[in-house]
Ligand binder design. Structure first.
Ligand code: COA
Ligand code: AMP
Length: 628
């Protein structure tokens, strides 16, 4: 753990000698074998950290706290307003449950290196499943519950799990989402078939089990013998997390064991200011990277108490839900997405519901998942009277690239800025030729290689795609896919993606994959999906389609079918509710669709019309449709 007293001291120490810096950070983790090399540049697309070392992530997250006398401390609080339940688990409880589930998985033949897909809602068993895989050295891949069967199927086909752990259902306000039929459909579609399924039966909708393949989670756990932890290489994968790429095929970001443990353990103190025994709440979902790092691994590695919340910021039961959880569990730090704050603000603009609760335990509000728009940051800051920190990161990095740091005293609040680079990241804005831009100029935010420990070292069984996707545009650099500027003070301002990824309610989605779905409709000749500004969700997708010649069916029917098709193929999480038929799409003379120009029109901003436009009249037609 860094002993630096200031940000500049810590960042400087890392710059001077990255390997010595990370070797010092690594002492927070219990290793069964020390590394041969702190960093080995010959491994993987850009090198790997702690080569030759061995450890077990589950041991570090659970067993060692019990061994060190923290067994009776609460490890996990499950607060589920949607079911009206509240459960707490001590470190000893969580360990016992994890040991038994690991035993059940082992009885199903799961061994080190096998994959296990976890398709579960926000129940404690989701965290236990992740930890049980880690205990065995198996590689988990959690799939978010809001995806449709086809998306789940793609992930199953790529990860090739031996076992899938699921639940009979998830709960959305006013709707029970039956997981098992989705899972059965996904398996039927997949080229790979898992050997076994473990299904947690929830009373809201029990699932039908297939004899010989499907097993009741509780029964399997009850019958199992507790399983010990298995040492693995620091460079072995801990998990695969699929995230939206620019095509319909998601990218399987790999996270290793050693670098991940070191980076998260360090970040809990340096960024968030938390130590063993502190209560921490990340209001996200285990299906996203934020949930992996900061609902499960980060807080448990550090010995904190983590709150797992099965509910929404509003409607479960009202816009005071977050304040109730903070006061009831004495949460010290809340981490959520700006969209959650916007949802609360929309329903309770004066924050009257917050006055009902004692929020004195709260020290800081951290936001990520999308840029925090300044009005929302200022609103939360004034309402809570506590610092608000926007910090920027992505699935690939696994933790913040830029932030403000509790350990050193937070930087002054600059609404709209994501803070400064975390030690470990050498961040610069590059021009399109890969040349470093002077401070203050906007460009492609890029990280000089190597990436620090904890960042995804590759894509699952696809080094070549990792290189193609992130490393090939600017040799020697990792391209984040975000545009932004590093200003003269070193503060970083992230402007948005440079590719066709959009951010809807803090969820990363690919417009390319939505276009693939729209294009598969029999009446559609061509299409474009853009992310338009949305007051609540930040962005919302709009699909613009040109129909094939001769299609005479009512346009409204086709638009409805397109909305239903995206929901069926990608899932409700796509939040795709707006499809519009257009006479044609504005294009350049070489046939490139002018998506950025269309987005500007949708956002009522001044659209720069490229001189290469085929026919400027197409823009007026587009404006008329978007103003509809
Ligand atoms: N399983 C099944 N469906 C899900 C789901 C899940 N785990 N999560 C979301 N959905 C569904 C929603 O029910 C909704 O369905 P609908 O079209 O039938 O209404 C749809 O997916 C879109 O969800 P969302 O975009 O989240 O919109 P919302 O109106 O339900 O909620 C917010 C809006 C802002 C309250 C909600 O997005 C939120 O709490 N966001 C927090 C951000 C967050 O967790 N980000 C993760 C990264 S940090
Ligand atoms: P994900 O991989 O789902 O975490 O999404 C990562 C992307 O979300 C980033 O590349 C950014 O485009 C965006 N993002 C996340 N956090 C922030 C933030 N604090 N500020 C600006 N953009 C963010």
């Amino acid at each position: 753990m860094t002993t630096a007293h200031s940000y500049d001291e810590a960042y400087g120490a890392w710059m001077r000698d990255p390997q010595a810096y990370w070797a010092a950070e690594a002492f927070g983790i219990t290793w069964t074998k020390k590394w041969d090399k702190v960093f080995d540049p010959t491994l993987g697309p850009f090198g790997q950290w702690f080569a030759g070392a061995e450890l077990n992530t589950c041991y570090n997250a659970l067993d060692r706290h019990v061994e060190n006398g923290r067994g009776e401390q609460t490890a996990l609080i499950w607060d589920s307003p949607i079911t009206g339940q509240l459960k707490t688990f001590t470190y000893s409880d969580l360990l016992a449950k994890t040991e038994k589930l690991a035993g059940a998985l082992s009885a199903l033949g799961v061994v080190r290196g096998d994959r296990v897909v976890i398709y579960m809602p926000m129940v404690p068993e989701a965290a236990i499943s992740m930890l049980a895989c880690a205990r065995l050295g198996a590689i988990h891949s959690v799939v978010f519950g809001g995806f449709a069967a086809a998306e789940l199927s793609t992930r199953i086909a790529d990860a090739k799990p031996k076992v899938i752990i699921s639940a009979s259902c998830g709960l959305e306000p006013g709707r029970v989402v039956k997981y098992k039929p989705l899972l059965d459909a996904a398996i039927a579609m997949s080229s790979h078939k898992p050997e076994s399924l473990l299904v947690l039966q929830r009373p809201q909708a029990e699932a039908t089990l297939v004899a010989g393949r499907d097993f009741d989670y509780e029964e399997a756990v009850a019958a199992a013998k507790p399983h010990g932890w298995v040492p693995v290489l620091a460079t072995d994968p801990l998990y695969i997390l699929y995230t939206s790429g620019t095509t319909g095929k998601p990218k399987g970001v790999v996270r290793d064991n050693g670098g991940h443990a070191v980076a998260l353990w360090n970040s809990m103190r340096m960024i968030y200011g938390l130590d063993a025994g502190d209560v921490w709440w990340t209001a996200s979902d285990v299906g996203w990277v934020v949930g992996h790092s900061y609902i499960v691994y980060g807080p448990l590695l550090r010995g904190c108490t983590t709150v797992m919340y099965e509910g929404k910021p509003v409607g479960t039961p009202d816009a005071g839900a977050f304040w109730r959880v903070i006061s009831q569990h004495k949460v010290k730090v809340l981490f959520t997405a700006p969209t959650a704050m916007r949802a609360i603000r929309q329903q309770d603009p004066d924050g009257l519901l917050s006055k009902k609760y004692d929020l004195s335990s709260l020290e800081t509000l951290f936001l990520a998942g999308e840029r925090c728009d300044p009005p929302t940051g200022v609103w939360a800051n004034e309402l809570l009277g506590k610092p608000v920190v926007d910090h920027w990161w992505q699935t690939e990095t696994g933790y913040a690239i830029t932030a403000s740091f509790r350990q050193f005293g937070l930087f002054p609040f600059k609404p709209g800025s994501g803070g400064r680079p975390v030690p470990g990241y050498d961040l610069h804005a590059l021009d399109d030729n890969g040349k470093e831009l002077p401070r203050g100029e906007t460009g492609n935010l890029s990280l000089r290689l190597p990436l620090p420990p904890g960042c995804g070292p590759t894509l699952w069984q696809d080094d070549a795609n990792y290189v193609r996707s992130y490393l090939s545009d600017f040799p020697g650099w990792y391209r984040t896919g975000d545009a932004g500027v590093v200003d003269e003070h070193g503060d970083v301002w992230v402007m948005g993606r440079t590719d066709d990824i959009i951010n809807v309610a803090g969820h990363r989605l690919s417009t390319g994959s939505m276009e693939e779905v729209l294009a598969s409709h029999h009446d559609v000749a061509e299409c474009a999906v853009i992310g338009a500004k949305d007051e609540l969700k930040g962005q919302t997708p709009i699909g613009l389609v040109v129909l094939k010649a001769g299609v005479t069916r009512p346009q409204a029917d086709i638009e409805k079918e397109l909305v239903a098709l995206v929901r069926e193929k990608i899932g409700p999480v796509a939040a795709f509710k707006d499809a519009r038929v257009v006479p044609r799409l504005p294009k350049t003379r070489s046939g490139k669709i002018l998506r950025a120009t269309i987005r500007k029109i949708a956002d009522h901003e001044e659209a720069i019309v490229p001189p290469t436009i085929e026919d400027p009249a197409a823009l007026d037609e587009m404006r008329a449709v978007l103003d509809r």
